[in-house]
Design a protein around this ligand. Structure first.
Ligand SMILES: [Zn+2]
Length: 225
């Protein structure tokens, strides 16, 4: 059921929302705005975000939007956002793809190696933010999404993301998916390590807030032994 006007609203109460950074939507001790370097890309990377992700402390899509010049967040169920996204994907000359787990779909790296985007306009990759279950539902309910050709990422290692356990091995957080995708299709792939650095910063700060170190072990106060 579409939630009209849900843009940047989500379910966080206004008092708590006021304490969050207006740009990255994290609390002051997690805010990573000062650490972001903006990376230019040829391809575009819109992200359709599930509304429950907007204010979730561990959400990672905002990292992508802030650090990739060609990325932008659109909120699922926001009529204006969805119409704008649909228009962007259907622009004449645009080459849109949906990034989705499909064992039959080609990997972006294979397509690039085969020269898929060597000429003509650069590709646009749509990422679906949220769990894969939510992503499947998002796609199922939108004919304009179901029509898009699919590319699939096949990460070789399990997600390094330590805060939210992924339901299945091999699943990536949105920022990890973006980093892997950009490293497959853009020049100078090593640049996109920056996305993972920002993820690492964010995760480390959240863990510290919870009294845990980078490995998830309780931090002992100095001199407590
Ligand atoms: Zn911030």
């Amino acid at each position: 059921m579409p939630v009209a006007g849900s843009r940047a609203q989500g379910s966080l109460d206004p008092h708590k929302r006021a304490k969050r950074c207006a740009v990255c939507r994290k609390g002051p001790s997690v805010c990573f705005c000062g650490d972001v370097r903006v990376l230019q890309t040829r391809s575009r990377l819109p992200i359709l975000q599930h509304p429950t992700e907007i204010w979730r402390p561990s959400a990672t899509a905002k990292i992508v939007e802030l650090a990739l010049a060609g990325s932008r967040l659109f909120v699922r169920g926001d009529a204006e956002d969805e119409a704008e996204l649909e228009g962007l994907l259907e622009e004449p000359g645009s080459r849109p793809y949906l990034v989705f787990p499909d064992s039959q779909a080609p990997e972006p790296a294979q397509m690039r190696a085969a020269g898929a985007w060597a000429e003509g306009p650069p590709p646009t990759f749509l990422l679906l933010d949220g769990s894969w279950r939510q992503a499947r539902r998002m796609r199922h309910r939108r004919p304009w999404l179901a029509r898009l050709p699919v590319v699939a990422l096949r990460p070789s290692e399990d997600s390094v993301y330590r805060i939210r356990r992924q339901a299945h091995s091999g699943n990536l957080s949105t920022v990890e998916a973006a980093a892997l995708l950009m490293s497959q299709v853009e020049e100078r792939p090593e640049r996109f390590e920056h996305l993972l650095e920002l993820l690492d910063l964010m995760v480390t700060r959240i863990l510290r807030l919870r009294g845990l170190d980078r490995e998830g072990q309780p931090i002992r106060a100095a001199g407590s032994e």
